[in-house]
Design a binder for this molecule. Structure first.
Ligand code: SF4
Ligand code: MG
Length: 363
């Protein structure tokens, strides 16, 4: 009903000297309107590649080798002015049926149209989307004018409005500044303003606060949570930090070595984590009211090289619950454990004599 984007069985591989290496290995995700899905895992788990694959932004030698990315139609397409200073959309909806983004050419006009008006992406490094040497207002204005038939003057006024919405003080003055004159936090706000200029239904944020100091990080998280709610956008937020997940997620997908190993609502996953990897990630954040620790316990070992995926469960070398003779031979399928939760671990679903190993169903 309120599904915005469904990722089903997504696979992305990179060609290397040692053959093709899977970075994304059959990922399933569901994003809903007006909700924030956090994709969490250590670096190297395939989170960023998943995000980039959704928008066909994977560069060679990477390529999508399977799966679907279904963007559902916008029920409000062509609807009324949302009161945020933008003219109502005039163009017809991209499609009435879900559009499989994975089937579109990465450079074609259709995917560019999706990137420009349905789904926006922001990155850890704002300069990935901004030019240092063009005025902030001109950059946002140009982004607006690609999709909205307004004059330069109107686009400038809209840019000022957007800068105000992302909490930039004195937007009338800042609209004429150059990004190199701004602090990291301010640049990040400008990048967010630019991403919002096309009024996306879905915002994909890839660790947008990781490079910022703690105070600025908290401000940007607040801003994104606020914008997400006010605009009723879906948001996919990528992070390695369970503390950030606790802060802004409605739903969580835990990724490990190119797979989603657990997914569910943030309340369910935090109160009753099922996958040993999820538990380990949760133990790595300090608990409120819990014993103070001088150092956070890290998960022992490291994420294996995707070129040398272990047989059986990909987490087995680091898992305290690993069952010898089982976890090193059986690749755990996703098991429905009720309440919309899925876990890929042989501790669940009657390991050994499992008969209910439900595969990816339609949702
Ligand atoms: Fe640990 Fe086995 Fe579960 Fe993998 S399948 S997470 S090794 S218990
Ligand atoms: Mg990353």
């Amino acid at each position: 009903q309120d599904v915005l984007l469904q990722v089903r069985g997504l696979r992305t591989r990179f060609r290397t000297d040692h053959g093709e290496v899977p970075a994304v290995n059959g990922v399933d995700l569901t994003l809903r309107r007006g909700r924030t899905l956090c994709v969490v895992g250590e670096s190297g788990c395939g989170k960023s590649v998943t995000a980039r694959s959704i928008l066909q932004l994977v560069e060679p030698p990477g390529r999508i080798t399977g799966g679907r990315v279904l963007l559902h139609p916008d029920p409000d397409a062509g609807g009324a002015d949302t009161g945020d200073g933008h003219a109502p959309r005039t163009a017809p909806p991209v499609t009435a049926e879900p559009l499989d983004l994975a089937s579109l050419g990465p450079k074609g006009t259709r995917i560019r149209r999706v990137r420009g008006r349905d789904v926006s992406m922001i990155f850890q490094e704002p300069m990935a989307s901004l030019s240092l040497v063009h005025r902030v207002g001109n950059q946002i204005g140009e982004a607006i004018r690609v999709h909205t038939p307004v004059s330069k003057k109107e686009a400038r006024t809209m840019s000022v409005g957007l800068l105000g919405q992302v909490g930039i003080p004195n937007p009338e003055r800042l609209v004429d500044a150059y990004p190199f004159q701004l602090s990291g936090g301010m640049r990040q706000r400008v990048m967010i303003a630019m991403a919002l200029s096309c009024r996306p239904r879905l915002l994909i944020a890839d660790e947008p606060t990781t490079a910022l100091d703690v105070t600025t990080q908290a401000q940007i998280l607040d801003l994104l949570a606020d914008l997400q709610e006010r605009r009723g956008m879906g948001m996919m937020f990528i992070t390695h930090d369970m503390g950030v997940v606790a802060e802004i997620a409605d739903d969580v997908a835990v990724m490990y070595l190119g797979n989603v190993v657990e997914r569910g609502t943030v309340d369910d996953v935090f109160h009753a984590p099922k996958h040993p990897y999820t538990r380990a990630l949760l133990e790595s954040i300090p608990r409120m009211g819990g014993p103070r620790r001088d150092r956070l316990p890290a998960i022992r070992g490291t994420v294996p090289d995707p070129a040398h995926r272990p047989t059986g469960c990909v987490f087995r070398d680091r898992c305290d619950s690993a069952m010898p003779g089982l976890c090193d031979t059986v690749d755990p399928p996703p098991i429905d454990v009720g309440g919309g939760r899925r876990v890929s671990c042989l501790l669940y679903g009657g390991a050994g004599d499992r008969t209910t190993g439900e595969q990816d169903g339609a949702q």
